[in-house]
Ligand binder design. Sequence first.
Ligand SMILES: Nc1ncnc2c1ncn2[C@@H]1O[C@H](COP(=O)(O)OP(=O)(O)OP(=O)(O)O)[C@@H](O)[C@H]1O
Length: 376
Amino acid sequence: MQGPAYSRTPLSPAAERGAGGRVALAVEAVSLRYGRAPQAPAVDAVSFLLAAGEIGVLIGPSGCGKTSLLRAIAGLEPLAGGRIVLDERVIGEAATGLQLPPEQRRIGMVFQDYALFPHLTVAQNVAFGLHGQPRAAQKARVAELLDLVGLGHAAERAPHELSGGQQQRIALARALAPQPALLLLDEPFSSLDVDLRERLAQELRGILKQTGTTALFVTHDQLEAFALGDVIGVMHQGRLAQWDSAYRLYHRPATRFVADFIGHGVFTPARAEGGPGSWQVHTALGPLRDAAIEGVRDGDCDVLLRADDIVHDDASPVKARIERKAFRGSEFLYTLRLASGEQVLAHVPSHHDHQLGEWIGIRAEVDHVVTFPREA
Ligand SMILES: Nc1ncnc2c1ncn2[C@@H]1O[C@H](COP(=O)(O)OP(=O)(O)OP(=O)(O)O)[C@@H](O)[C@H]1O
């Protein structure tokens, strides 16, 4: 199927701003199919723009097509539809069969397995993409990159003498050394432990911003996506469900899938009344109002209630029974059941330590009311 993805905001925030937001990467209705299988394409008419120096992150459940899309951009898979433009140069186009080989795309890649050459030193690994340049220039660039990733002291060591995190920094230095027009990163931290991942994600963002590198990063991990990305794409069954800022993905999800995938929340039956600028959505927790509400229609609907929309308030006439609670340090995630049968989630400060089965007062404090057509 051709045509743009059903993304509410097809432009990334920086590309939309225009000023200082020169488009570096344009992915236009890109589709990819493995073999001649009749099943749905692995990537289905995906469109988005990434501005120069911007970091895009693709997230989505396993098998949704993230890696396939990255491979198509890298030139490792032929396009079944659409076109890819990098720095105003068409690098792949289904209609004409144009497919620039990976090495001619000026694209750097960092994958989960560090793929360093074991028989080369760290410095030789980083210099790998610089052949053809004068030796002195190569040496200076390698030193610069090793300093950038904090491993200047390790230049003469062998990759196996370094930790996983250090090896991944070397892989990053190697990919950045030839100053790629675009850096692709496919779950580069997934084999590392959680603390290290978080630190490396922050370091990586700093390095990419310092070098002004345009990058597209694939991860399973929402927190990693939020920490790294200027703009985040949620993929679902080969399609790009939404390409947007983290804030909008959370507060203005374009589809039910995105609303469900990002953050904690439930859909609860509601009834919308009013009109543009004056919508009121009636729920078991009382009426919700939002002048900026989008996509609502008069009548029955489902409304998204996030765990942070529900406030514990014993003075509230609305009561709910605690069915489950999960300790998360500064807060509990309570799963609550209203007398009317609806389930809601609530983030409650962890010093409010109530027992399972207890009834507590709650009220809804919803800044952004998000509704979807009622599902059977
Ligand atoms: N080489 C291949 N041959 C045939 N089908 C493939 C191939 N690679 C991937 N697929 C299929 O394409 C779809 C998308 O896979 P892809 O690896 O892109 O998803 P993903 O979102 O990156 O998943 P994960 O997060 O698990 O890595 C899946 O249905 C997968 O089974």
